[in-house]
Design a protein around this ligand. Sequence first.
Ligand SMILES: CC(C)=CCC/C(C)=C/COP(=O)(O)O
Length: 294
Amino acid sequence: MPSPRRNVEGRPLGASAANCSSSVPGSPAHGGGGGGRFEFQALLSGRTGADPACARLRASESPVHRRGSFPLAAAGPAPAPPAPPPEDDRMTLNPSFLAIALRSLLAIDLWLSKKLGVCAGESSSWGSARPLMKLLEISGHGVPWLLGTLYCLSRSDSWAGREVLMNLLFALLLDLLLVAAMKGLVRRRRPAHNQMDMFFTLSVDKYSFPSGHTTRAALVSRFILNHLVLAIPLRVLVVLWAFILGLSRVMLGRHNVTDVAFGFFVGYMQYSIVDYFWLSPHNAPFLFVLWNQQ
Ligand SMILES: CC(C)=CCC/C(C)=C/COP(=O)(O)O
């Protein structure tokens, strides 16, 4: 049986070319043979023949290149010893595995989110629970939290209370800003089964990554647990509220699971930022004086 043809770097020609050039007529991979697995990888990684790395690889395998590199190759039978792959080629092969892992995670995410979206419509399997889920949605919406904090701030008559509320207001505004920036940057569409019937949304809320309700729930619950003295059952209730609110986003069909998982992480980290930059009459006296004059 003839041994597979190799390029000057000692790689089998069909395999590496197929990885890149499913659409290059005349290439050894085009039209079959053992290139199927590599075609699949190229499909998953979204590579096309236009990829510069692939173009480089093709160039290294072209007969012209071989002739140029080894002018005496045609004259003598002595095969060149296989050279180790150059650094940048190794770098172009590895990301495809990462891409496959990411795409598999994405596929699982979409599948699981669709399965869990049992309240996405009135006719869904848990459609009757939709009003309850929408009530939960309002409990984590930015408007009631902002208005509620402003109201409490206006009624507060202690410095300590005002300080905590001022920081809660800062936390809520920071959350809105960061989530809007991330949604605008990532631009992941909401799931196809979502009905866009949400109360008071911003333009970036057509995007789903990360879930704003979930970041707020994680941020606010961590804030409350750290700054309010609550009995244990109430503390458990706060954590449960945040968790169920996150789950309800997927059940309503508003989000994919990864939007919510990342939302919890972002909200949790946002509290650390708020804690680090904690506003007090010592480091931000102007805010407290301003508020006192209202
Ligand atoms: C307009 C204000 C103050 C807040 C918008 C709140 C909102 C609609 C967030 C979107 O949350 P999801 O990303 O969880 O759907």
